[in-house]
Design a protein around this ligand. Structure first.
Ligand code: ADP
Ligand code: MG
Length: 318
């Protein structure tokens, strides 16, 4: 592209809230054939709300759990206790899921206690000691790491996830954390962004393949993808933060040129791996720094706008 074409493109972009970091970015944007979206905060608003709290009945789990003696004193904790325990464990986490749990507890006037020995397990959940009890809050993977079988509550989880909610398991771990017992489920709902579906169909109309990667579980990811119009085979779920860049490289391994769109700290390496990294909206500084394109507004349709601008400006003045 000529310097003039590049200038036109970047300045049209700037006026439309689409910031290209230099002329070569414009060129690369024009050539992409795949867009990979992060789910949370990119296709969804990332405004999470805790919607469900369940206590797990011991009879549901005792058949498979040999640690059944642990809860002899308390057959079944009530929902308020589950929420209090989960909120206490999540106090030290900055994850939006954690914040949704803590917020709901506050709203209901539940006093969380100060956890000790807090540990964040990225892509899995948290571990903390609450009132002397070792507590886990997180996904199935977290439970398995601690020797807890999540299958007795699989039906309940699946029902919540079919609604597009992120269900988290709450467990009490043995003091040596080699076994434990499921005590509850909390679920958080997020809202799909208004233009997400429209953005996906417009990209596909342009012949661009649309994919989604997320750290969230398989069921929730597919429920959300279906609503947005992304093909199930183009969804990769359960991707650990450190594996997101590899997932982008895998997409690009067949000569594809991908734009990766994300907002979070976790997304920075994936943005850097993509031919074009795009940070969206209220993206973190880390994401913006790693990105080639920054979308000032929080609108997935601006991905289409970025591609249109790169196309239009580079063609016109050739
Ligand atoms: P993403 O950024 O794609 O939403 P993350 O890698 O941050 O995904 O998290 C992946 C999954 O790990 C979440 O969907 C959730 O199941 C679990 N998880 C992560 N952090 C927490 C937390 N603080 N509390 C409970 N679960 C968590
Ligand atoms: Mg994220």
């Amino acid at each position: 592209a000529t310097p003039a074409a590049t200038m036109v493109g970047t300045s049209i972009g700037a006026r439309n809230g689409v910031l290209f970091k230099g002329g070569d970015v414009l060129e690369r944007t024009k050539d992409i054939d795949t867009v990979v979206f992060d789910k949370t905060g990119t296709l969804t608003k990332g405004e999470m709300e805790l919607t469900d709290v369940r206590a797990v009945d011991r009879t549901e789990t005792e058949l498979v759990s040999d640690g059944g003696a642990m809860l002899e004193d308390q057959q079944r904790l009530d929902e308020e206790t589950i929420l209090r325990v989960a909120a206490s464990a999540e106090r030290g986490s900055e994850h939006p899921l954690a914040q949704a749990i803590v917020e709901k507890a506050n709203e209901q006037g539940i006093e969380p206690s100060e956890p000790t020995g807090f540990e964040n397990v990225p892509g899995h959940g948290v571990r903390a000691t609450v009132d002397g009890m070792a507590v886990l809050v997180g996904n199935r993977k977290l439970m398995r790491e601690y020797g807890i079988d999540p299958s007795p509550i699989e039906d309940a989880l699946t029902r919540l996830e079919a609604d597009g909610k992120t269900a988290m398991l709450v467990a009490r771990a043995s003091s040596d954390t080699t076994s434990g017992e499921l005590i509850g489920i909390v679920a958080v709902a997020d809202t799909i962004k208004e233009n997400a579906r429209h953005a996906v169909s417009t990209l596909r109309d342009r012949g661009i393949e649309v994919r989604m990667i997320t750290g969230d579980n398989e069921q929730t990811a597919h429920a959300v993808a279906e609503r947005i119009g992304i093909d199930p085979e183009n969804v990769r779920a359960g991707v650990l933060p450190e594996d997101k860049a590899d997932a982008v490289n895998a997409v690009q391994s067949n000569d594809n040129r991908a734009m990766m769109v994300g907002d979070g700290v976790n997304d920075a390496p994936a943005l850097a791996a993509a031919a074009v990294g795009t940070a969206i909206g209220s993206g973190t500084d880390v994401a913006i720094e790693a990105a080639d394109v920054t979308l000032m507004r929080d609108d997935p349709l601006d991905v289409v706008k970025a591609i249109r601008i790169s196309d239009g400006s580079l063609q016109k003045i050739k």
